[in-house]
Design a protein around this ligand. Structure first.
Ligand code: K7E
Ligand code: CUA
Length: 678
């Protein structure tokens, strides 16, 4: 949902026209200071050397990464690569991580990351992993919260615009993925105006609870709607998954108008235990579809790509009771389940109310067969039969809802630029606070789980307009931190964000901060190009490929003088950081390399591929300021003409040993203190 101010206004006008809504955007109130209590600064102030209370993981949207922030300070702690190459870390540039970005469409070094989701145990975030989806080339990723690195990416076949993802079940048995842009399934060369016959959506359930073993468990074939978001049931509704859908019109042109005709679209309720049974009974067909599974092995430090084919595709008509359609006004975007598991809240972006479905009423309606026909074998439940209530006059453009665990819900209002707090059960609006401007998702730590930590709310806003110093035609997006501990919401802090955050997740820092990996154990490094000691460095030729094994340690490379390479060779620098200290990272770059540097964590090995084009002597150096003698951490590689008789040679400068000795004397106390175990 990237929106420039001009497009926003056009969009708002057309929303108003379609929904019969008045345009009431508050973007003229630019100060936002009114709600700023005098003590706001002290509430977000984390004094130097102190840690934040929460880790927050904000999606990077079209930058394909995850921003790790501390709350309440809003300090950016890390920018973590998931679906995009990152020259800061070499992710997707070095030979070890390139396979992570392989897909059946080839090497795709970018994606549009919308929804991070923490793994859960018994419905509560457990601090093991964060999952995330890539919308454009359908993929899901596992991000390890002990190393803060992406360790696994699974492509999703038979889908497109994979938006309703990567939401988890309460036990992390599955994460899901659903189609936003229905396509011919299996994809084929057909006329676009054959949409209604040929285009389908799929709901994909992905086994997620075993690292390194993510796979498609099964897919459910759906009508050609646009599936937007999803959340699992919990407690009484455990075993169900709810997806929002729009475009029940099945429009394929000018969706802005043609997909906004019906008063109601649907929330889809999926009984995934029923689906499991039907699959076990052989009721699923094998659907074609090629997809890649990429996994980073923590011991060899190498990612591998595995090609897979075929999925188990279940048609609802072949599996009674697997899915129901709940009519929901109007073009619903978010679908959020409250902590008790009873209420299913839909954010109908064109609706004038926030409709809330009741899980227990839905169960009764199913038992009593209160149906309004069916769509492709999926029963449509009567709206009144499942409705728990409607929040009246909530504001304009409700998108997403999170919960505080104290019986309150908070909904983001895109058009009227506000967060609205309302009460579950009575549906009364309790409070509202303006945000700057046009909020998409909002997030409460644990706010989509069974156990929210309902102290803060983060509003992720699309437009900052005048909130920060201007930066040319493109301005930053923004997050705002709101105190929700009291009756009234209080605005505490603005902080700019990179890319475009959509959803986010957060959890108390204690859950993960003590299990952070400090370095990789060199003794466990099984990379074939690794060295465990400086003396193991060397050079070998195999035809036109020259492999150099190299150690990096403060403050030199071993070897650091290399000869015998020829124009036309492919040179592989396998650099192992043989340090075993926390945060002692080395870099590696060589003149003219057509990719990024390497950044090598302690104990890890990374490989830079280099194809020198002309003869000469080329310097290489460490790019991370690792020590007082970092500037000295460099070397030379000589490139001779093809067929030259310069012998292969890889030496370590005799200076190195004495450099090391000098350095040991000037190591800072902080570096020494960091030298603990994992
Ligand atoms: Cu509302 Cu992609 Cu979750 Cu953005 S989506 S806001
Ligand atoms: Cu190693 Cu700078």
């Amino acid at each position: 949902m990237r929106t420039t101010p001009r497009r926003l206004i056009l969009g708002a006008v057309s929303l108003a026209a379609v929904g019969g809504l008045a345009f009431a955007c508050r973007t003229t109130d630019t100060k936002g200071g009114g709600a700023l209590a005098g003590d706001a600064a002290s509430k977000v102030y984390v004094s130097p050397g102190k840690h934040d209370e929460f880790y927050a993981f904000l999606s990077g949207g079209y930058n394909g990464q995850i921003g790790v922030y501390g709350l309440p300070s809003g300090r950016l702690l890390k920018f973590a690569s998931v679906f995009s190459q990152n020259p800061e870390t070499g992710y997707g540039y070095n030979e070890e991580t390139k396979p992570m970005l392989q897909t059946s469409y080839g090497f795709i070094p970018w994606d549009d990351l919308h929804h991070p989701e923490l793994s859960q145990t018994d419905g509560v975030p457990d601090g093991r992993w964060l999952f995330a989806n890539g919308v454009n080339t359908p993929r899901v990723a596992r991000f390890d919260l002990a190393t803060m690195e992406t360790t696994e990416i699974l492509e999703i076949p038979n889908t497109a615009g994979q938006h309703a993802s990567a939401f988890t079940t309460p036990d992390t048995k599955y994460i899901v993925a659903a189609t936003r842009f229905s396509v011919p399934t299996p994809n084929a060369d057909v006329a676009i105006d054959s949409y209604k016959q040929n285009f389908k959506g799929t709901l994909t359930f992905i086994s997620a609870n075993e690292p390194g073993k993510m796979d498609i468990a099964f897919q459910i074939l759906m009508p050609g709607y646009n599936f937007d978001l999803g959340h699992s049931g919990k407690g009484p509704s455990d075993g169900w998954f709810f997806f929002s859908s729009y475009n029940s019109e099945q429009a394929y042109t000018k969706l802005e108008i043609n997909a906004s005709q019906n008063d109601k679209d649907y929330v889809v309720a999926v009984n995934y235990r029923q689906a499991e049974q039907c699959v076990a009974q052989g009721k699923a067909r094998t659907a074609p579809g090629v997809y890649l599974h990429n996994h980073m092995d923590e011991k060899s430090h190498q990612a591998r790509s595995e090609r897979k084919t075929g999925t188990r595709m279940l048609a609802p008509a072949d599996c009674a009771g697997v899915a129901y359609l709940l009519p929901t006004p109007k073009s619903p975007h978010g679908v959020d389940v409250d902590p008790t598991g009873e209420y299913i809240v839909a954010g109908g972006k064109l609706a004038t109310v926030i409709p809330v479905h009741s899980f227990s009423k839905m169960q009764q309606a199913i038992a009593n067969k209160q149906f309004d026909g069916d769509v492709q074998g999926i029963p449509v439940l009567k709206y009144d039969a499942t409705l728990a209530g409607e929040v009246q006059k909530p504001g304009l453009g409700p998108l997403h809802t999170e919960f505080d665990g104290k019986g309150n819900a908070y909904t983001s209002m895109f058009i009227s630029s506000e967060i609205v707090k309302w009460k579950l059960g009575t549906w009364e609006v309790l409070d509202r606070i303006p945000v700057y401007y046009t909020v998409g998702h909002l997030m409460i730590p644990g706010g989509d789980s069974k156990q929210p930590w309902g102290k803060y709310l983060v509003s992720m806003n699309k437009i900052t307009k005048d909130r920060y110093l201007p930066t040319g035609p493109e301005l930053s997006q923004s997050a705002q931190l709101i105190d929700i501990s009291g009756e009234k919401m209080k605005m505490l802090l603005d902080f700019p964000t990179i890319g475009e955050p959509h959803y986010a997740q957060a959890l108390p820092a204690e859950l993960i901060k003590d299990k952070q990996v400090k370095f990789y154990r060199l003794s466990e490094n099984t990379h074939p190009g690794a060295v465990k000691a400086e003396a193991e460095g060397g050079i070998t030729r195999n035809g036109k490929t020259v492999s150099i094994k190299m150690a990096a340690i403060r403050s030199h490379f071993a070897p650091d003088n290399i000869e015998g390479v020829q124009v036309g060779d492919t040179v592989l620098f396998h650099v192992t950081n043989i340090e075993q200290d926390w945060d002692i990272v080395h870099g590696f770059a060589v003149l003219g390399a057509e990719n990024s540097e390497l950044i090598i964590s302690p104990g890890a090995t990374r490989t830079l591929k280099w194809t020198p084009k002309t003869t000469g002597v080329y310097p290489f150096y460490c790019t991370d300021f690792c020590s007082a003698l970092h500037q000295e951490m460099s070397g030379y590689i000589r490139v001779s003409p093809a067929g030259s008789n310069v012998p292969l040679k890889a030496n370590t400068s005799p200076k190195a040993a004495s450099q090391m000795a000098r350095l040991n004397d000037i190591r800072t106390p902080a570096q020494t203190a960091g030298a603990g175990g994992q």
